[in-house]
Design a protein around this ligand. Structure first.
Ligand code: HPA
Ligand code: ZN
Length: 345
């Protein structure tokens, strides 16, 4: 790696800087081409005639309209190698974006509901994580997400199925339809997960109100908030998040596609950083939302002129600090980051 010259465009710096991705649903990295290839391989019928027809359906009006298509896309995943192929395709993209560490969400209930064993899912994903480390030098971890539109009982059952594979994942999260499914619905499941020594995160304050962020903190005892952009509606909550150095995994392109913000230029990420929040940039469901991690950085920085090299450095550093890895790894990544930015700051 060479150090930054004074004239290196911001885009080149954003691409080149080492970074971690902490909010990526691996099922949301399933590209239409791969959906069609797996459908053919597995003899699964699709509602769409072609890759183009499927892609044309990616016009969402809110979270639920996206989730309906996202769960339909995942229906082609049946075999261990399908899960491997999906995750491997993501890791190749991640390497191209200079991602050195990724924490992947996976939704086991989307698959076990269709009769795919938990073991099939986690073996395929784990194999891809191992190979990403060996061949691409990317470290990764898996985080099991509970679908919040399903019951507490279903979540407990999923946790039981996961326990034989406890060493293959480091934490649990909460995703799917936010409104009407507050964190409190899963308080007991998450208490059990904490007893098991799992890391805890939850989606909150994407479409749901700031009170859901407070529930995630108080009842689930999360270590990061996924999205969290609606915290700004409650100044005392913002102050608390700053005080507790609670990371937010923000997903700019997702927020526009799911109409959380009308335009990227309306996004509050620069304001969040300005207020001292530990914000990070992430892709969420890159195959559906128009771009992987570097695309999120580049479009966001183009849309928000307040963002420059200093903020790029801060966002990359935040991604390392907010990750669930040992101190030594964070320090090593920070050194790489310092080297890339050189005298630019
Ligand atoms: N929000 C909630 N659930 C999800 C998302 C999201 O952005 N992506 C995949 N599952
Ligand atoms: Zn998400």
């Amino acid at each position: 790696m060479t150090t930054l010259t004074h004239h290196e465009p911001l885009n080149a710096l954003l691409r080149r800087m080492p970074k971690a991705e902490l909010h990526i649903h691996i099922e949301g990295s399933l590209e239409p081409e791969l959906i069609f290839r797996l459908a053919q391989r597995n003899g699964v019928a699709l509602k769409y005639e072609s890759v183009e027809a499927l892609r044309a359906a990616y016009a969402f009006k809110d979270l639920q309209s996206f989730l309906d298509i996202y769960y339909a896309g995942a229906s082609v995943l049946l075999k261990e190698e399908d899960f491997f192929d999906m995750a491997w395709a993501y890791f190749e993209r991640a390497a191209a974006d200079n991602i050195v560490h990724a924490e992947l969400f996976f939704d086991p209930q989307t698959h076990t509901e269709r009769g795919v064993p938990f073991e099939t899912v986690i073996r395929g994903l784990h194999h891809a994580c191992q190979r990403a480390h060996q061949e691409l030098g990317i470290s990764s971890r898996l985080i099991l997400c509970f679908l919040r539109h399903l019951s507490e009982e279903d979540a407990f059952r999923t946790l039981e199925q996961a326990l034989p594979w406890r060493q293959y994942f480091i934490g649990v999260g909460l995703d799917s339809s936010e409104r009407g499914h507050p964190p409190s619905k899963f308080e007991r499941v998450f208490a059990r997960c904490r007893d098991l020594g799992l890391h805890i995160v939850a989606h909150a304050g994407e479409e749901g109100p700031p009170e859901y962020i407070e529930e995630a903190l108080d009842l689930l005892k999360v270590e990061r908030i996924d999205h969290g952009v609606r915290c700004v509606e409650k100044p005392e909550l913002v102050q608390r998040l700053v005080r507790e150095r609670m990371p937010l995994t923000v997903c700019p392109l997702s927020n526009v596609k799911l109409r959380v913000f009308d335009r990227l230029s309306d996004h509050n990420l620069a304001a969040l950083l300005e207020q001292g929040l530990v914000a990070t940039v992430n892709s969420d469901d890159p195959a559906y939302f128009g771009g992987y991690l570097n695309q999120n950085f580049i479009e966001l920085f183009e849309a928000l002129p307040q963002l420059g090299a200093r903020e790029a450095y801060q966002l990359a550093l935040n991604s390392f600090e907010a990750s669930f890895v040992e101190r030594a790894a964070k320090d090593a990544w920070k050194q790489q980051l310092d080297h890339v930015f050189g005298a630019a700051l």
